[in-house]
Ligand binder design. Structure first.
Ligand code: NAD
Ligand code: ZN
Length: 260
């Protein structure tokens, strides 16, 4: 680690120690070290696939798009059920254990914050979750694990076993509105925090990416940990362009020493 990196890590640790209401805002980049590809980083999914197949309009109205969607999902190239949290998720969970965390606002749909130990009521899912699938006709819910088993058994496009209705993962597709309660709550928490830490987000997906801006408008300090620069870097108190796992582990090691 260079002395500059060490200096920046120390700076984020100091920000945490002197804060009491930390909002952590996470994107796909926090989960790449768990083996889930992001969308826009180098080698991200958009370098391989057309984002068009993920629009809600295509999913609902084009059977071929649905087939491609489920084929990709079933291939495990996205999120699969045996993925495990990495040190960055555990560091965020530790922020909750030491009483610093107000909440995690996540764009991710992988469930890894809860798997790492964050309580469900501390995690706001702006883009839904991949763990559940809902029938749009009768409203029944199924676990994604169950649907994956159907796909592994040879079903190309799963539909509702009860009513043959269209099954849709409980995630926010492109072109679909964000969940109202979660969006309002995330804004309120962001405006009222004293420190916002962005981890692994390109900050280009709106309105999710407004959250760190609300934090700044509310007078909070801002730290950004992302491999690549973001448009919000000039407004941040600290930016670290490194991997989330090693950076968050190093930060928490200092925090632990200072507060214990
Ligand atoms: P993004 O793909 O737009 O950006 C990810 C950012 O993380 C990139 O700038 C990249 O440089 C950075 N990054 C990658 N690996 C990193 C690492 N190890 N440490 C630090 N930074 C790293 O992601 P986004 O901003 O979350 O927007 C993408 C959308 O796609 C989100 O809305 C999300 O719902 C969805 N998505 C979710 C998952 C998931 O649940 N894990 C995965 C892919 C996409
Ligand atoms: Zn049904």
């Amino acid at each position: 680690m260079t002395s500059n990196e060490q200096f920046l890590i120390q700076k984020v640790a100091d920000l945490i120690v002197t804060s009491s209401k930390v909002v952590v805002f996470t994107g796909a980049g926090i989960s790449t070290e768990s083996g889930i590809p992001d969308f826009r980083g180098p080698g991200g999914l958009w370098t391989k696939y057309d984002p068009e197949i993920f629009t809600v309009q295509r999913f609902l109205h084009d059977p071929e798009a649905r087939k491609t969607y489920w084929k990709l999902r079933g291939s495990g190239e996205f999120v699969h059920s045996d993925v495990q949290p990495n040190p960055a998720h555990y560091a965020v969970a530790e922020l909750e254990k030491i009483g610093k965390l107000d909440c995690v606002i996540t764009q991710n749909v992988d469930g890894l914050h809860e798997k790492a130990g964050n309580s469900p009521d501390k995690v706001i899912h702006l883009h839904g979750t991949m763990e559940k699938v809902k029938c749009l006709q009768c409203g029944r819910q199924y676990s994604m694990d169950e649907v994956y088993r159907w796909i592994a058994g040879g079903i190309e496009v799963p539909d509702c076993p009860e009513c043959s209705g269209l099954l849709k993962p409980q995630v926010v597709f492109f072109g679909e509105a964000m969940p109202a309660w979660e969006t309002a709550e995330a804004q309120r928490r962001s405006e009222n925090c004293d420190l916002c830490i962005v981890i692994g987000s390109s900050l280009v997906v709106y309105p999710a990416a407004l959250m760190p801006q609300y934090a700044l408008q509310g007078g909070a300090r801002l730290a950004i940990i992302n491999r690549e620069p973001t448009d919000l870097d000039p407004s941040a108190d600290v930016c670290i362009h490194e991997g989330a796992g090693k950076t968050m582990s190093a930060i928490m090691a200092i925090v632990r020493e200072k507060i214990c």
